[in-house]
Write a protein that binds this ligand. Structure first.
Ligand code: NAD
Length: 365
């Protein structure tokens, strides 16, 4: 089996889908591994490090049976893949019609890792979680950097500095890491979420759970969209609360939908000058109405940042985690140098795109 590790093409993408460490394990599973020149450089892994691990450096893609990537490769590259090749990455095929068409035209066996079921067995392969952890961490550091205040309480000869009040909106994987990071920096941290079980998780990190009176647990442990009445109640209480907050870090998401708009323009206008909002949900439109993805704005004295590529800002550790996630997923079907798919394994069956008909439902030719 020929495995190819792509050099990422997307602007701002610094991560890589395999590290020298995971290359060794792929070799041990009987694969031949070729890495595109410079693929790991932005994440701190030189071509020589991959060679030392046993890979070859080669840019061609046409002979690969299994291609590993972070983001979906551009359609013109996909057009050069071997028909029927296997592609693993955070592919988001439905996000772009040309991308979806290119994958299907090549009849690739595509595994968009964001489709992986969030089961216990899948945890070691869960790229959403590993990358969200880095994103939450960086979002807090960006907020600390932009804030015209200290995060910790300080007792100085010039008097006492009160700690910053940080509110984290949404306490999933990214939000909890944002809370933990703000706490380590000494801020007074609060968090809220519509899933009631997050109260205990926030408190276990030393944060305070902000109760906005809305509980909206949905399917599969995720949040559901709020009703109009629930949203109005959440917004009324939040607007009041934000007047006393220095930093807001937004991380709320509902699977398959644009980011819920939680912080309105009126709420931003009601915040104290010098406050900072970092909107980690910017990639899917943002939780704050004032967010412009990729930009940092001054909105009436409030700094509103919508950073993109947060995981890439920590490219070394993000790549190490991503590459291990990919290796663990690939180990489901790479055995003794061959690709063997057990379509009864739900991790494969539910991740593959387009969806395959279940065994027995395949129509006779
Ligand atoms: P996510 O990125 O989809 O959403 C982030 C957070 O936003 C979630 O906690 C969600 O409840 C919250 N949210 C949505 N709408 C909101 C609103 N209007 N107001 C406030 N908060 C709102 O979520 P995620 O971080 O990927 O994790 C979602 C769930 O999956 C969690 O329960 C997590 O523990 C679970 N999970 C399970 C596994 C596993 O078992 N393998 C792995 C990772 C995550």
């Amino acid at each position: 089996v020929e495995v190819r590790v792509l050099k990422e093409a997307a602007a701002g993408e610094r991560r890589v889908a395999a590290t020298p460490e995971t290359v060794k394990k792929l070799l041990a599973a009987g694969a031949r591994v070729q890495v595109q020149a410079g693929a790991g450089l932005a994440a701190g892994f030189t071509d020589q490090a991959y060679r030392d691990a046993g890979a070859q450096i080669d840019d061609a893609v046409d002979a690969a049976d299994l291609v590993l990537c972070v983001q979906a490769p551009p359609p013109e590259l996909v057009a050069r893949f071997k028909p029927g090749a296997v592609l693993v990455g955070a592919l988001h095929p439905q996000a772009d019609a040309a991308r979806a068409a290119a994958l299907q035209a090549r009849q690739l066996v595509a595994f968009p890792l964001e489709r992986l079921p969030r089961t216990t067995r899948a945890q070691a392969m869960d790229v959403l979680s590993s990358q969200a952890g880095m994103a939450g961490y960086k979002a807090t550091l960006i907020a600390a950097q932009l804030a015209p205040r200290f995060f910790p309480m300080l007792t100085t000869a010039a008097g006492t500095i009160r700690p910053s009040k940080v509110l984290v909106v949404g306490a999933g994987v990214a939000g909890l890491q944002a809370i933990a990071t703000a706490k380590r920096l000494g801020a007074q941290v609060e968090g809220f979420d519509v899933r009631p079980e997050t109260r205990e998780q926030i408190e276990s990190l030393g944060g305070r759970f902000l109760d906005l009176g809305v509980s909206a647990a949905g399917e599969g442990g995720y949040a559901r969209q709020l009703t109009d009445a629930e949203r109005a109640e959440q917004q009324r209480r939040l607007a009041e609360h934000l007047k006393g907050v220095d930093v807001v870090i937004c991380t709320a998401a509902v699977p398959g939908r644009p980011a819920p708009k939680i912080v309105t323009a009126a709420m931003v206008a009601g915040m104290r000058p010098g406050s900072v909002i970092v909107d980690l949900a910017a990639e899917t439109g943002g939780n704050c109405e004032a967010t412009r993805p990729g930009e940092t704005l001054d909105v009436g004295g409030v700094t509103v940042a919508g950073p993109l590529d947060l995981a890439s800002m920590g490219a070394i550790h993000a790549s190490e985690m991503y590459a291990r996630n990919v290796l663990n997923f690939v180990s489901l079907f790479l055995k003794d140098g061959a690709l063997v798919f057990d379509w009864n394994d739900e991790l494969l069956a539910k991740t593959v795109w387009p969806e395959r008909p279940a065994a027995g439902e395949i129509p006779p030719v």
